[in-house]
Design a protein around this ligand. Structure first.
Ligand SMILES: NC(=O)c1ccc[n+]([C@@H]2O[C@H](COP(=O)([O-])OP(=O)(O)OC[C@H]3O[C@@H](n4cnc5c(N)ncnc54)[C@H](OP(=O)(O)O)[C@@H]3O)[C@@H](O)[C@H]2O)c1
Length: 298
């Protein structure tokens, strides 16, 4: 059964616990109902605290919001031990404690880093769903091969795959596989083609100098389109995701952008413009992951 995944969510990577106390109330007031966090973002506490402080004030209850977090499965390539079945089963407890929740709406394996333990980790998520600690379960940065492993093991398929997607990185083969298997897609890093994307010090990415320069080109397809529709380039990129049927989770720490990023229903990109955006494909390799795209891990 499809999960009640809101189409537009609020991404929180690189937002501190402190900043979230301002950003989450702004996001909830603007209409966001999905908050995306992860153990590795080290801000689950901030999400939990902001929810406690703002839900009641805004007349919202726990059931009105959809909370996603992700287990870091370990990364042997970086010297981290892989989580076993029981480690993964237990991994949700500190997250629930920090989030001050009894359950999360979606629990994801953050990346397919652990070749030998991936299936055991997935089995643990299946059990967490049975226990009611995660209403739905999914994966992130998984390729077709990784999902086929789950299928071959006779286990339930993920209820979402969260992957990097934007006109420069369209993953068309993976998308058609996910559609064929009824696996909803959550697009992350939708705003990569913007010139200012993660441009502050310490916001690492694999964006090349050429990519940064292209984002500044005043004659770029994106800039022309933004003028045509009277919206920002960010809104064009986010609308591209929605019109492709993806859920989106833009992150911003600025009030006017948080509001702008959910203001996407006053315009529709026409077919010609959708085709022009489709022509911008560069590579399915990751920009959001400085160490390379986890979907390329066998
Ligand atoms: N599963 C995974 O492996 C994975 C990987 C990456 C991300 N994610 C999730 O996806 C979320 C979104 O991805 P992301 O954070 O990589 O990038 P993003 O949402 O595509 O873009 C964020 C960047 O764009 C800027 N920005 C936001 N709105 C803007 C607007 N309207 N106009 C101009 N600039 C704007 C932000 O700066 P300001 O903050 O200064 O506005 C920031 O530099 C993350 O926060 C996280 O929750 C998941």
């Amino acid at each position: 059964m499809a999960i009640a995944l809101p189409k537009i969510g609020f991404g929180t990577y690189l937002i501190t616990n402190h900043e979230l106390q301002t950003c989450i109330p702004i996001a909830l007031k603007a209409g966001y109902r999905h908050i995306d966090t992860a153990q590795v973002y080290r801000n689950e506490e901030g999400v939990g605290l902001a929810l406690i402080k703002s839900l009641g004030t805004l007349g919202l209850s726990r059931d009105d919001v959809f909370i996603t977090t992700k287990v870091l499965p370990g990364n042997p390539a970086r010297g981290q031990s892989p989580l076993s079945y029981s480690d993964t089963l237990n991994s949700i407890e500190p997250s629930l404690e920090k989030l001050q929740l009894d359950y999360v709406d979606l629990y994801l394996i953050h990346a397919p880093f652990c070749k030998n333990e991936r299936i055991d980790q997935w089995r643990a998520l299946v059990e967490l769903k049975k226990l009611g600690k995660a209403k739905s379960i999914g994966v992130s940065n998984y390729s077709q091969t990784h999902i086929e492993e789950i299928k071959s093991a006779g286990l339930p398929l993920p209820e979402a795959n969260q992957i990097e997607l934007h006109p420069w990185c369209q993953k068309t083969k993976l998308i058609s596989y996910l559609k064929h298997n009824d696996i909803p897609v959550i697009a992350f890093s939708s705003l990569v083609p913007l010139s200012n994307w993660r441009s502050k010090k310490g916001e690492n990415s694999s964006k090349s100098e050429q990519m940064k320069a292209d984002g500044k080109d005043p004659s770029s397809i994106l800039k022309v389109m933004a003028n045509k529709y009277g919206v920002s380039e960010a809104q064009v990129l986010l609308k591209w995701g929605l019109q492709n049927g993806y859920a989106i989770i833009p992150k911003s720490s600025k009030q006017y952008r948080i509001k702008q990023n959910i203001d996407l229903y006053s315009f529709t990109l026409d077919d010609t413009d959708m085709q022009k955006l489709a022509s911008l494909q560069r590579s399915d390799g990751g920009v959001a992951w400085p160490e390379g795209d986890p979907t390329l891990i066998a």
